[in-house]
Design a protein around this ligand. Structure first.
Ligand code: SAM
Length: 281
């Protein structure tokens, strides 16, 4: 069954009486070139792949061809009667029904991928929780080597921006702290059923063994970063003093000690500068 074929998908879904739920970010891929490319980029014969949101299994089938094992986590229980029909013939695929944000992923990895050399995550993410899922995967420091995911194009540009450039936000800093990042390719909105209102892109995050900067207290660093990008039109001085309740004079002294101009905005700072300021306040 070619699940990326629009007629096959339409007839399967109508036979099963399945209707798309916008609230679950259900835009299924119908471009036959996208899933093989995502799979090739995320796994090989020694890899275990954790997929989030298999839908009817179009990406899952491609992952099963290149990976040692695939575990797919799906929230929508209505797919319980469809997935056995679309994936039932594959002996290296298992589907777990539940919320990827709530399940114990570390335990799932331990239980299912003990015989795999490495583990990666691959998904066409539900767009309503793109950043929360990516941040959860990174912050939990799971034993994974990479995350290859489809996200909205704008989100891809933000997530993969250079820290210190206009597109950077707090999430860019967090992603850069945990991973090396790249945009693999763009995907037109017409590649999905139903088509979303925006184009998409597939990004790959290669998890770092060590962060590119040293911070004494990660929690404090990320709290500072959040505040530095909280009000993008304001200077760092104004936004950090108001959101973290730090006297402006104290901040002025720190900036001057680091030879950073007083009018600097969060988006202009490098990882090193953000770390240095955070350590001193
Ligand atoms: N992989 C399929 C494809 O590419 O056609 C479907 C991708 S669709 C964009 C997102 C999928 O994630 C849907 O199947 C949706 O039901 C599922 N999903 C939404 N929220 C989820 C969550 N919190 N945990 C697991 N799956 C979720």
């Amino acid at each position: 069954m070619n699940l990326a074929d629009i007629n096959t998908l339409k007839s399967l879904l109508s036979k099963e009486g399945f209707s798309f739920k916008k609230s679950l970010g259900q835009n299924f891929l119908i471009d036959p070139t996208v899933c093989p490319a995502m799979a090739e980029n995320s796994a090989d014969k020694n890899t275990g792949v954790l997929e989030i949101g298999p839908g009817v299994g179009v990406l899952t089938r491609e992952l099963s061809k290149v990976a040692k094992k695939v575990v797919a986590i799906e929230l929508d229980e209505r797919l319980k009667k469809i997935l056995p029909k679309t994936l039932g013939d594959l002996d290296n695929v298992e589907v777990i029904f539940g919320d990827a944000m709530k399940l114990d992923l570390e335990e799932i990895i331990k239980e299912h991928f003990a015989d795999c050399e490495s583990v990666s995550v691959c998904a066409n993410l539900p767009y309503y929780i793109t950043s929360p899922i990516i941040m959860m995967l990174l912050e939990k420091c799971l034993p994974i080597t990479s995350i290859t995911v489809m996200v909205q194009k704008e989100a891809a540009e933000r997530l993969c921006a250079e820290v210190g450039s206009r597109n950077a936000g707090a999430v860019t800093v967090a992603v850069t702290y945990y991973a090396e990042k790249e945009i693999l390719f763009e995907v037109d909105r017409s590649s999905f059923m139903p088509p979303p209102n925006v184009d998409s892109a597939v990004i790959k995050l290669n998890i770092r063994e060590n962060p590119p900067i040293t911070v004494a207290n990660e929690e404090k660093f990320f709290k500072f970063v959040k505040s530095a990008f909280a009000q993008r039109r304001k200077t760092l001085l104004n936004t950090v003093s108001s959101t973290l309740n730090i006297p402006k004079d104290k901040l002025r002294t720190v900036l001057s000690e680091l030879s950073i101009k007083e009018t600097v905005r969060g988006e202009e700072l490098t990882m090193e500068q953000l770390a240095q300021i955070s350590e001193r306040i």
